[in-house]
Design a protein around this ligand. Structure first.
Ligand code: DQA
Length: 143
C-alpha cells in the first residue's frame, strides 16, 4: 500500500507558528513521525508540503494510478479551495482530511471545508496522531 501525505500552507512553519495551537514540534518532526509509523504499518509513503494551491493540485493529479490513498491537511486551503476538492474528485482516490487543531472549536470561517466533500473521513484535533489515524483508516478500507 502506498499513501501520499499532503500538507498545505504554513505547515512548514510548525514549531514557530502559534505553538499554543499547533504545538512546539517542527515540520521535520512531523515528517519523521509519518515515516516511522508508515514503516511500522508496512506502508510506503511520500510526503509533500507546499504553500501553493496549484502545486497541491499537481500533487493530487500526480497521485492518479500511483498511490492507493491520500492523507491531506490542506491547512488554510481547506476553507477556500474548490480546486483541491475538484482534484481529489478527479483522481477518485480514497482521501482522509486531517487537521492538527480541532477546527470545529475555532473561528466560524474554519467551519467550512471544501475538501471534506471528497474525503471519506476527517480527523481534527489529534495533533500528529491524526495522520496515523488517517493512514490506519485507509489501510482498513484496503482490505
Ligand atoms: C489546520 C487548520 C486550518 O484552519 C489552518 O488554516 C491551518 C492548519 C490544522 O492543521 O489545524 O493552517 O489545517
Amino acid at each position: 500500500m502506498k499513501l501520499l501525505f499532503l500538507n498545505g500552507p504554513n505547515l512548514n512553519m510548525l514549531g514557530i507558528r502559534e505553538p499554543d495551537i499547533y504545538g512546539k514540534q517542527t515540520y521535520a518532526d512531523l515528517e519523521g513521525y509519518i515515516r516511522d509509523f508508515c514503516k511500522e504499518l508496512g506502508i510506503e509513503c511520500e510526503i509533500f508540503q507546499s504553500n501553493h494551491e496549484g502545486a497541491l493540485v499537481d500533487a493530487i493529479q500526480g497521485a492518479y494510478r500511483k498511490f492507493d490513498g491520500v492523507v491531506i491537511n490542506p491547512a488554510a486551503y481547506t476553507h477556500t479551495s474548490v480546486a483541491l476538492l475538484d482534484a481529489l474528485k478527479a483522481v477518485g482516490l480514497p482521501a482522509v482530511e486531517v487537521h492538527l487543531s480541532d477546527v470545529s472549536k475555532r473561528e466560524d470561517f474554519r467551519q467550512v471545508s471544501y475538501v471534506r466533500l471528497a474525503c471519506c473521513k476527517t480527523f481534527a484535533g489529534y495533533g500528529f496522531q491524526g495522520y496515523r489515524l488517517a493512514a490506519e483508516h485507509l489501510v482498513s478500507l484496503n482490505g
